[in-house]
Design a protein around this ligand. Sequence first.
Ligand code: GDP
Ligand code: MN
Length: 396
Amino acid sequence: MNIHEYQSKAILKSYGVNVPNGMPAFSVDEAVENAEKLSTPVVVVKAQIHAGGRGKAGGVKIAKNLEEVRQYATEILGKTLVTKQTGPEGKKVNRLLIEEGSNIKKEYYLSFVIDRQTARVVMMGSEEGGMEIEKVAAEMPDKIFKEYIDPAVGLMPFQASRMAYAMHFPQPAVRKVTKLMGCLYNAFVGKDCSLAEINPLVVTADDDVIALDAKLNFDDSALFRHPDVEALRDESEEDAKERRAAEAGLNYVNLGGDVACMVNGAGLAMATVDIIKYYGGEPANFLDVGGDSTPEKIAEAFSIMLDGGQAKGIFVNIFGGINKCDLVAEGIVEAAKIISQDGKSLPVPVVVRLEGTNVERGREILKNTPIENVIMAPTMEGGAEEIVRLVKEAEA
Ligand code: GDP
Ligand code: MN
């Protein structure tokens, strides 16, 4: 789960991380009021969306007086920001962060993530702050430093010092930055984060160390123990289909293409996405319906895939283990009933590959309830090839 920058900063502040004073604003008037309360010579007006790259897209503005705050707030609020991370459709700005300006001497990068290889939290730092870390990694990999953290002892002081010197912090800032690293690590662990990123972390003209931007991502599987974090969810920032699927207990990720697929098991779902690509199609989604699927769950999965008209075809790829093929077949029949009045048609072609437990009964059900547009495929390869062909045909 993602939250907004101002929410991340509030959490980090509670762990002792130095962040600028600031307040969220939901209207232009509130933005000006907040700026007045800050009463600092420079105020930063920042778009709050669940995506980075706002600076370059005009979502971060520095105002020198209240008129400028009003002007920038009016410009940014309600605007759709297109940044490198939003995709071409952009994200609408509904909230701002009104923050005191900082006198930046230099920008740095600091983050904590989980390293899969070592199964440890790793701290990453670079003196190339402000720019995208992916770009630094590609162009100047020797400018990124890493410290792998032993979970039994946490971030050790010598690791923080080694990082601070590697990142070339000026001497008067070193103690402040090593302290900040410790606080950020505590926040990462304390809130079950999957990412805690400060870009930029800045040293000011007075050698103060401030987290100027903050991004926290949380491990969804641990959210049950953080109701305070769960309460920060901004549904307007989330994919509507992904949310609906989560409510139905389905594992769904929107991939943007037009060949939808419904699969059981994450591995087979990945393989299905791959094979659709292999035959020249663009997968609309990753969808793992899980084991023990009921007909109702399958019908809901169909309804989600067909919602919004993005899918031009559906590939059902089920290898029945714990799942029973007859229940999946019943789900398809159920979906047809919900979606069309007569229960005999579906709006897009559906190719079904069923294998495994109760497969004969499953095939029987689909044969006895003939639904227009449902085609049985003998193999996974054949099925993938067929659905890609049908979708291309529908587009032509
Ligand atoms: P992002 O582009 O979405 O990552 O947004 P950031 O919060 O990182 O802001 C982008 C850039 O705006 C930063 O790298 C800074 O250079 C600049 N910026 C943000 N806050 C301030 C500030 O208080 N003072 C000054 N001078 N620049 C700022
Ligand atoms: Mn940033």
